[in-house]
Design a protein. Sequence first.
Length: 354
Amino acid sequence: FCCREQPIFSTRAHVFQIDPATKRNWIPASKHALTVSYFYDATRNVYRIISVGGTKAIINSTITPNMTFTKTSQKFGQWADSRANTVYGLGFASEQHLSQFAEKFQEVKEAARLAREKSQDKTELTNPALSIASHQVLPSPIISSNGPGEDKLFRSQSADVEITTEKERLKKMLSEGSVSEVQWEAEFFSLQDNNNKLVAALHEANANVDQWKKQLAAYQEETETLRQRVAELESQGAPDSASENNKEDLSQTLEELELLIKTKDEEIQMLKSQKCSRWEAEGEREETLQKLQELETRNAELERRLHAAEQTLAESLAEREKMQSEVLKVAEIMDVKIFELGEIRQGLAKLVES
């Protein structure tokens, strides 16, 4: 069997068959994706699509020149098999896999057409009477039924004869253990494909080990730099006690200035009230006015000092908040780097274990 029928293309897809009752709904052939392969029978010069699930053949479709593979979506395609009286549907993992399968279907269909023409030419040369009789056969009526995606299934009297022949051939193949051999062949190619993927993954992992080590060293160096930066910021943040003392001194000074301004305002009000009662005395009036001006000047000076003290306090608080924010930011960066470092170490540990 291995020498007679060889796989020429294999892929993986979810296999569906049309519901024979409704001709519109899809019935999944299995829960998981299966290996779908093109086989070429050199003895009979035919091409088949075969997919085995468990111990039975899910797809066993002989490709004929009148078959058409239709893409119904970006990842789904289908074709009708008149001999099996069904429509097969395949769901692929990507659009690229669908395109590859469709291109191979077109190639195999063309090869089947050439093979049929060559076979007909040989038949006509060896048996002219049979050739004349075949041309005299009247076409039988065609019965069509619509399936999903507007695919049509064609049945005729000549197709019934082909189905009978195909059933006899399938019985003979089953008796010879062909289905089991197809399953073994499909499993072999599936295991070979998985082995190639594992080898490629191993090479890629080995190639990335050096890069991971360099990245780990870079992270360690960056972590050390961040630790030094935090130590510098903490050393700079040491004068916080002095800034607290300055803040308390400024607050006390502000309170004293506010109290002094309040006292002077009361004196001004009192002097203004006394001014009205002593308006007649010119000497006292001039003295009162002079005092009033001095008090107003001093009041303005106190207000200026109060404003300067408030501004100094605000700047001191802003500088302190900025320093605290920078320390927190650096600490967060260190936490992230330490977390990433731990993940890299776990990844290296898993890789070493594997």
